[in-house]
Ligand binder design. Structure first.
Ligand code: PLP
Length: 440
């Protein structure tokens, strides 16, 4: 690893506790924040020299592991030339190159790209596209969204409005949010026998409210932060048909699931269908920096662009749109993924996660164990004490951050058998010891 590592003193940590907000934490009684001084491959290095095997890929992003030499080279080359220029009235080769790579990769029909800063913004952009599409067609009442419970789409306001009202972590804003429509969480598991009654509430809501709905938005197959639930592909096939017959746009939020995580390049491929609009982010840059994109089909783009009363203008344009540095890294990350045996790697991880987490199923306090692609989830019966569990994991040399009732793994695709065993063994041990102590 890099020899010139920063030193983090006690005073630095005290400053951090006093002044820096971390995600979803209190400033007055923050959860502990572990000082990390370097990251390489599948390891995070703590300030005290301990190296942890990373089970989180920094929230779905670091699919190639950390500090991949090809991503470093792409970033260095781009920094040497041009780190940023505005995208208004200017274009550049990293955006064009990344656009080409994305269109090769994305489901058929999706070929009009809007680059933006983060996943939440990509969701906002998708929703604005859907509303502006209705507007362009003269259907000005179509401004609501239909979604499913247990979803998570980000922390900005309209994204919050389509998160699960309870597990979406935004309950206190409910009164301030647009009122959206929620069908129940699909109950048929990914690999269970399809239960047609699962889809009936969605049909009823779509029919009842079709005149006010701009689009249906959901995370295809894998619901992430709203519950780490994997549902049946038939739900999406029926939803595609329902949207077509009811004149609703279909938006897939592939921000967490995109770029191979579920065993397919995009999770919607499990159902063999294309949405009208798709959001990508997170692993787009291989975890190097923030970048996202909202990708629409021809119909959406053409309809918005040919509307007379808006001069065909799509009303969005972030300052750092298509940042050249992020685009150059993202383009290289996609090439790296294409050059790697990622399907085989994800399939191997899936097999090992299934075997390694299976013993948890019989442990007291465990409600469910499920695995799809490079995602392994142990759902506990009740919420766990994050600080205490995390301490136990760090003591065992692994980085795993539970969330609510969920203890889960989504390691970098380059993880080897031995490293993956250290993650699954740690989960088995910590669940065993914490539930034995009654310290949920
Ligand atoms: N959509 C999904 C499915 C996500 O998992 C997330 C983040 O966890 C987001 C959107 C929001 O992305 P960001 O945190 O980059 O704004």
């Amino acid at each position: 690893m890099n020899q010139r590592k920063p030193i983090i003193s006690e005073a630095d940590l005290a400053f951090d506790r006093e002044h820096l907000w971390h995600p979803y934490t209190s400033l007055s009684s923050p959860l502990p924040a572990y000082p990390v001084v370097a990251a390489e491959g599948v390891h995070l290095e703590l300030a005290d020299g301990r190296r942890l095997v990373d089970g989180m890929s920094s929230w779905w992003t670091a699919i190639h592991g950390y500090q991949h030499p090809r991503l470093i080279a792409a970033a260095a080359e781009q920094i040497g030339r041009m780190s940023h220029v505005m995208f208004g009235g200017i274009t550049h080769e990293p955006a064009i190159g990344l656009g080409r790579e994305l269109i090769q990769l994305t489901p058929p029909g999706l070929n009009k790209i809007f680059f933006c800063d983060s996943g939440s913004v990509a969701v906002e952009v998708a929703i604005k596209m859907a509303i502006q599409y209705g507007y362009a067609k003269g259907r000005k009442n179509k401004h609501r969204l239909l979604t499913i419970r247990s979803g998570y789409h980000g922390d900005t306001f309209t994204a919050m409005s389509v998160c699960d009202p309870v597990t979406g972590m935004h309950e206190i804003f409910r009164e301030a949010l647009p009122d959206q429509l929620f069908a129940p969480t699909p109950t048929t598991a990914f690999d269970a026998e399809w239960d047609p009654t699962d889809f009936e509430p969605m049909v009823a809501l779509a029919h009842e409210h079709r005149d006010e709905i701009a689009a249906v938005i959901l995370e295809p197959i894998v619901q992430g932060a709203g519950g780490m639930w994997f549902y049946h592909p038939e739900y999406l096939r029926r939803l595609r048909a329902l949207c077509d017959e009811s004149g609703l746009l279909l938006i897939f939020d592939e921000i967490a699931t995109g770029f191979g995580r579920t065993g397919r390049m995009f999770a919607g491929e499990h159902a063999g269908i294309s949405p009208d609009i798709m959001c990508v982010g997170k692993a787009l840059t291989g975890g190097f920096m923030s970048l996202a994109a909202t990708i629409a089909n021809e119909d959406v783009a053409e309809t918005i662009s040919s509307a007379k009363d808006t001069d065909g203008v799509f009303m969005h344009g972030p300052t750092f749109m298509a940042n050249p540095l992020a685009c150059a890294v993202a383009r290289e990350s996609i090439r790296l993924l294409n050059d790697s045996p990622w399907q085989q790697r994800v399939a191997t991880i899936e097999k090992q996660l299934s075997a390694g987490l299976e013993p948890c199923r019989a442990m007291p306090g465990v409600a469910d164990v499920r695995v799809l692609g490079a995602i392994g989830v142990v759902e506990m019966e009740g919420p766990v004490n994050v600080a205490e569990w995390q301490k136990q994991f760090v003591a065992r040399g692994v980085w795993i951050r539970p969330f609510g009732k969920l203890v889960y793994l989504m390691p970098p695709f380059i993880i080897d058998r031995h490293e993956l065993s250290s993650l699954t063994n740690a989960i088995n041990e910590v669940i065993g010891s914490m539930t034995a102590q009654g310290a949920g």
